[in-house]
Write a protein that binds this ligand. Structure first.
Ligand code: ADP
Ligand code: MG
Length: 339
């Protein structure tokens, strides 16, 4: 049996069904990300696992024990929210110690554990500070320490980085991942940011409208999107109708096909191409965006609008709007996608 098993979970608020028949398994020590657009049910699912929004039906098992009907504090689950939720009138140390105190442990028993997690989240020296004296990133590390100190069986993180600015966000996501690996802590992380999900996760559960539409490693989800929604969410996939796939790539398809912007190349004069590269197609540049190391072009080819990513090499001049070029498609990278 897997470390975490969820079977046929359903949850409604009045007549709003948030999810129905959700099921998944998670192995010990895995870092799972629930990824999906706002409102798709990520937080509700996470809160259901924590016991904060009990499910209407279904079962949840952790480490061989059914926890479906347990109270939140019995589940051995640590949770971190986007909004820190610290006690403003307690010091860093007192905030972190709170959960252990509630368990009835004595101050002397608590102290070494609190000191250990403070060190782990790099807050040494801040023990006697109050939340208002800390930066957003530091407050979130207090919240993380508070979740870790009770030695949870599962760590649940609901968009813990969303309120932080880009630099702190990147640092903290690495720190979370390092701590999680070191402790071999089974973790479920929620985000709507696909880059964050790709970088952090062992596996991603991609959600849409209360369903897990695809579960897999970041690479699987990025390179083999199960349907149009996943293709649209995970990258800037070009979706091409079946009849257009014949015109553009000379392939017979019975559904739409997807090709990533980086699987389309500009034909270079005098260069030989293998049989996995299509015949050239004349394209017109409509627009471009400079994304740093990549230039993203919108092009028109055979009355189809496609996105093409080209490396922004210094030697490569920016192609002006209206200019024409010959494009090649990597046929190995073209795949059918369900509607
Ligand atoms: P996400 O975290 O993916 O943005 P949520 O799980 O917060 O999505 O919300 C999913 C749906 O459940 C939304 O339609 C939301 O309005 C509804 N919902 C969430 N929490 C409650 C609640 N406590 N009461 C009523 N409806 C809720
Ligand atoms: Mg949410």
């Amino acid at each position: 049996m897997s470390y975490v098993t969820a079977q046929q979970l359903s949850k409604s608020f009045a007549d709003n069904t948030v999810f129905e028949d959700i099921h998944f398994t998670i192995e010990k020590g895995e870092f799972i990300t629930l990824l999906g657009p706002s409102g798709c049910g990520k937080s509700t699912l996470l809160r259901s696992l924590a016991g904060l929004n009990p499910v209407d039906s279904g079962q949840i098992w952790v480490d061989g024990e059914e926890i479906t009907h347990q109270a939140p504090q019995q589940r051995g689950i640590g949770m971190v929210f986007q909004s820190y939720a610290l006690f403003p009138n307690m010091t860093v140390e007192a905030n972190i110690a709170f959960g252990l105190k509630m368990k009835g442990l004595s101050s002397s028993a608590i102290k070494p554990d609190v000191a250990k997690v403070i060190e782990l989240v790099e807050l040494t020296g801040k023990e006697h500070h109050y939340p208002h004296q800390l930066s957003g990133g530091q407050r979130q590390r207090v919240a993380l320490a508070r979740a870790l100190v009770v030695k949870p069986r599962i760590l649940l993180l609901d968009e813990p980085l969303s309120a932080l600015d880009a630099k702190i966000r990147k640092h903290l996501r690495q720190q979370i991942r390092d701590i999680q690996k070191e402790m071999n802590l089974t973790t479920i992380f929620v985000t709507h940011d696909q880059e964050e999900a790709m970088i952090m996760s062992d596996r991603i559960f991609l959600m849409n409208k209360g369903e897990i539409v695809q579960a897999g490693t970041p690479e699987e989800i990025y390179t083999q999107p199960a349907d149009e929604f996943v293709a649209g969410f995970m990258g800037h996939y070009n979706l091409v109708a079946a009849d257009k796939a014949k015109d553009l790539f000379n392939i017979d398809a019975d559904s739409k096909v997807a090709i990533r912007p980086e699987s389309i190349y500009v034909k270079e004069a005098g260069r030989q191409y293998g049989s996995h590269i299509s015949a050239p197609q004349l394209a017109t540049i409509k627009n471009h965006q400079l994304l740093g190391n990549v230039i993203r072009y919108q092009v028109d080819v055979q009355e189809c609008e496609l996105t093409v990513d080209l490396l922004n090499r210094s030697s490569e001049r920016l192609l002006a709007n209206g200019s024409q070029l010959e494009l090649l498609f990597n046929l190995n990278e073209i795949q059918p996608v369900r509607a």
